[in-house]
Design a protein around this ligand. Structure first.
Ligand code: ADP
Ligand code: MG
Length: 463
């Protein structure tokens, strides 16, 4: 019928605009490398902030003592404690709790958000039992994973550059987030010192390296996306004079803010951006991270409903509700292996109130999920290639034993199987067989929380 062929042409147009042939991915990778150079050359030299993390030494394994960590940066907020017992005892004991952040706090005031965090921390501290031990005379110390771009002045201070991922609290921009947290801890009567302020990418890198010394890159693919890597100190012109003993510095790329004319951007992505809290920012993130996936699919479905009536004469109202389709649901539909796509049918009914869908319609939905997830996975691989190029790890050097481990964390990578396998195969495809053998992608499970605790330990004020 006419309806159906119109729907097919919308699908086909979307598919073409999302295409990521290898040539395009190489252009994206090269653009990423170029932006990294520019961001390191001067402050504000690129949309990539290329932030100095003030971490010049990653954990060694000798870390000792009881440390807490807070992880704030997406849908959930995590609190954990670890008892570290040095090189042989390692992480002797760990406990954590996870709390979802009430959405209204994400756009409230700085005080309200930090008070909420401090209260949850106080509640968690109250459950500390045997197995955890603070030497007499010292205070408990805390690593704070804060996954938004921060201009760090030292390992224990940094001012917020901008929010993202649905957070938008104007009164905390340009303020020192450690000062804000410390004030909230004081209000709760918590006597803890913030020993390290780190981005989740830095935490993942630190946590990853603690368990595997070859880890040199960390990538987050969750609600948002970002990456960090180890740079040579003299490769950072904007930090002139910086001479850490290690000769290295960990850089938080803030690659979520990457954009390039080579990125396949559709009118649905543009509309999503226009409706967002941070218009024109985080364009790479809006294409490749979990917060936005479902909404891209929803927008295409909505367009089909409007123009072709495939869901009946009126557009189902829920199809117009932003962010109603979450990535886990999208993933469940994408991975539906039943013969008649039962899962897709049920989700369409439960989420959008669309019942009695035909098999063909369900197939279209699966195809949309596939297009969005594939584009994202392939672009993520291109981004990783960009970093490997910057590090000179995209080629095998004669006589050099080389192994680079990329630690990846985040719910999208962890749970969205089709996304993850596409990312892995695309990276291999881009690197070619010989180099692919020297690059390993590793899942770093909650590396960021442990990593923050480890960095708190290596920056402890107690011997
Ligand atoms: P955050 O990025 O908020 O710190 P996570 O790393 O746990 O937290 O990632 C959460 C994100 O991962 C969710 O926003 C969602 O996009 C994605 N995600 C979580 N569970 C699944 C799932 N089962 N399938 C696909 N994506 C998922
Ligand atoms: Mg996280």
């Amino acid at each position: 019928s006419g309806r159906w062929s119109k729907a097919m042409s919308i699908l086909k147009e979307f598919e073409e605009q999302c295409a990521t042939p290898v040539g395009k991915l190489r252009q994206v990778a090269d653009a990423m490398t170029a932006e990294m150079h520019a961001g390191l050359a001067s402050e504000g030299g690129s949309r990539l902030n290329m932030l100095n993390s003030c971490v010049d030494n990653l954990p060694t394994g000798d870390e000792h003592g009881l440390f807490y960590a807070l992880d704030l940066g997406g849908t959930n907020f995590r609190v954990l404690r670890v008892q570290l017992r040095g090189r042989h005892g390692r992480v002797a004991k760990q406990e954590f709790t996870e709390v979802s952040i009430p959405p209204k706090l994400m756009t409230a005031t700085s005080t309200e958000l930090f008070d909420f965090i401090a209260k949850e921390l106080a509640r968690f501290i109250a459950t500390e039992r045997e197995g955890f031990f603070v030497p007499p005379g010292s205070r408990r110390e805390l690593g704070f994973t804060f996954s938004f771009p921060v201009k760090q002045l030292s390992i224990t201070s940094g001012t917020l550059i901008r929010w993202g991922k649905g957070f938008s609290i104007d009164d905390s921009v340009d303020k020192d987030v450690v000062v804000e947290l410390t004030k909230a801890l004081d209000r709760q009567g918590i006597h803890m010192r913030v020993a390290a302020l780190v981005n989740d990418t830095i935490g993942t890198l630190a946590g990853g390296k603690y368990f595997n010394n070859d880890v040199a890159v960390a990538v987050i693919l969750g609600t948002g996306t970002n990456a960090a890597y180890v740079e040579r100190a003299h490769g950072i012109p904007k930090c002139h004079g910086l001479q850490p003993k290690s000769g290295e510095m960990v850089i938080n790329t803030e690659w979520g803010n990457f954009r390039s004319s080579h990125l396949p951007v559709t009118k649905y992505d543009q509309a999503l951006d226009q409706d967002s809290l941070n218009v024109g920012e985080q364009i790479f993130e809006k294409i490749i991270s979990g917060m936005y996936f479902g909404d891209i699919v929803r927008r295409v479905l909505c367009k089909m409903a409007e123009e072709t009536g495939i869901f009946g004469d009126i557009v189902p109202p829920k199809l117009k509700t932003r962010f109603i389709l979450k990535t886990p649901e999208m993933s469940a539909m994408h991975h539906d292996t039943s013969l008649d796509l039962t899962v897709v049918g049920r989700k369409l009914k439960d989420i959008f109130g669309i019942s009695d869908t035909s098999f063909e319609t369900r197939r279209v939905v699966v195809e949309l999920c596939n297009i969005v997830a594939t584009r994202a996975a392939r672009l993520s691989a291109a981004g990783i290639l960009g970093i490997l190029k910057k590090m000179g790890k995209d080629t095998v050097k004669e006589g050099e034993k080389q192994r680079t481990v990329v630690a990846v964390d985040g719910g999208l990578f962890e749970h969205y199987t089709a996304f993850r396998s596409c990312l892995e195969s695309t990276l291999n495809e881009l690197l070619g067989d010989e180099v692919a053998h020297t690059v390993v992608i590793e899942h770093a499970n909650d590396g960021s929380g442990i990593g923050a605790a480890l960095l708190a330990a290596s920056h402890s004020q107690y011997p």
